[in-house]
Design a protein around this ligand. Sequence first.
Ligand SMILES: [Zn+2]
Length: 430
Amino acid sequence: MRLLLKNMVYIDSEMVKAECGDILVEDGMISSIGLFGKTERNGLETFDGKGKTLVMPGFVNSHTHAAMVLLRGLGEELPLKEWLEERIWPVEAALMPEHVYWGTRGAIAEMASSGTTCFTDMYFEMDQVADAALHAGMRCCISRGIIGDDPKKMEEGIDLFRRRNGKGNVRVQLAPHAPYTVSLEAVREISAAAKSLGAGIHFHFLEAEWERSFLKDKLGLYPFAYLENTELLDLTSTILAHCVWFPPEDIPKLKGTSVTIAHNPSSNMKLGSGFAPVPAFLAGGADVSLGTDGAASNNRLDMWGEMRLCALIHKGITMDPTAVTARSVFKMATVAGARAAGFDDVGLIREGWQADLILVDLDKPQYEGWTTENLFGFIVYAGSSRDISGTIAAGRWLYRGGRFMDGEYEEVKRQISRCRKELVCSGNCS
Ligand SMILES: [Zn+2]
């Protein structure tokens, strides 16, 4: 497909201010940026932004469990451990592969309509997740979540990497669930396997306060010593979801390691976990990305909402209006997440980079007064995902003008409704 986005305003996190121009998309990539008055029109679709449409990189949801859309609303307002053990895990035990497929399709629709073009997913039945993403045209980084020490699950994760990593916009990582669900020895083994495969790791770390005493009392390790002991600091990529209770004195040691902290502000607040020290991570030179976590603990998959929340809460907590700037949270939501997911040419508006793009309608009252200089602030504080007029992943329209472009939205809704009934309401509703 060849697509010319004409008369656009465009911005990414490495630009100091927005620029105006045309963007030519060919073969899924941004092939050139400039002014193309006389572009060869054969087979070319043209979209005229009329100087009032913004193009920005699509969001990369750096930590989610997409199929958990089927579990949304379960165990509301319970503490993390109770919520997992009593409400979530029993339902997940009944999940069949097709539930994961349709749940992921539902999540992809939700994400596409709110500007996400890539998601990093830890769950199970991951072939279903990859198939759903490939069918829907969305980029993903998947990992088989491992709970317990069953070597079969680790083998499944490794097998998934061998079969699917790098095929058709899919990346694969290995994923021990958390220090309290997988033994130290097993995490070491998984980490060693990741090292030899060249795979990244996706891991929940220090989400709740009690995890710190768990590490110390049960394993005799402080958090950073745990990361050293399991050799998680020197891999292709190490996504540590949450890190709410990361010790401040160890933050400078993260610089230059393979760690990216996937910050999930809504989920951390909703589960009462606390506030990750994001300003200190950024000041210490750590890499930080942004995620929604699963829809059962957020309950949205809206990266724009996370971006705004992140920029606001840390200013409030630190009583510092310069904490987590609009531009830095924009980077967290886009290119930082893409790098952690193993996509080195995703997340910026650059020639030769992937055409994973969002179109935003600036012709709305909340954008009155935008300039190329102040646009980051308008996007993060005044805008919302409701302003998205188009979502493009790998050069393909996923969502445009309020409509899903694959023509399967009604079927996806029908299927997720059926799956939800099978999993949650069986015997309880008609
Ligand atoms: Zn999670």
